[in-house]
Write a new protein. Structure first.
Length: 146
């Protein structure tokens, strides 16, 4: 009985450690939605330009994009409580964590936080899918070619 209990504890510990290790190896999506203090096409573009300048080329970035809300998409299910969206996919949680402390990320906040009234951040792990086709090759810039 002690042997079975000990084996079960060891198995549970191994499963837990494997789950933690797997989480560390998965890609991580960092989606940020900014609500501007004064929404205008110029202010939207200023924030998008700042995202590109300070946030696009961090180590471990697999995908980067930033842009304004799609004004014409106004269905009942659309959340319209933002003006600019930022999407960064990191190769793993470690790359995300390094980005959070990076000087360029902090400089982005220092220089551009005056533009936004509210920021919402959604971080999630991603499971890659090719939807039945081969995954696109990565380019030198670290983004996927299409």
């Amino acid at each position: 009985m002690k042997y079975l209990l000990g084996t079960a504890i060891v198995a549970a510990a191994v499963m837990f450690a494997s789950t933690v290790a797997a989480a560390e190896e998965r890609m991580l999506s960092h989606a940020v939605f900014f609500t501007l203090k004064q929404d205008s096409p110029e202010t939207r573009q200023q924030l998008v330009a700042g995202c590109k300048k300070y946030l696009a080329d961090h180590p471990g970035v697999v995908w980067f994009s930033a842009g304004p809300i799609a004004d014409e998409l106004d269905r009942e299910v659309n959340d319209r409580d933002f003006d600019v969206a930022l999407h960064v996919v990191f190769k793993d949680k470690a790359a995300h964590d390094a980005y959070q402390d990076a000087p360029k990320h902090k400089q982005f906040i220092t220089e551009l936080s005056r533009l936004w009234e509210k920021v919402r951040v959604f971080d999630s792990y991603l499971e890659a899918s090719t939807h039945g086709a081969a995954a696109p090759a990565a380019t030198e810039a670290g983004t996927q070619s299409r």
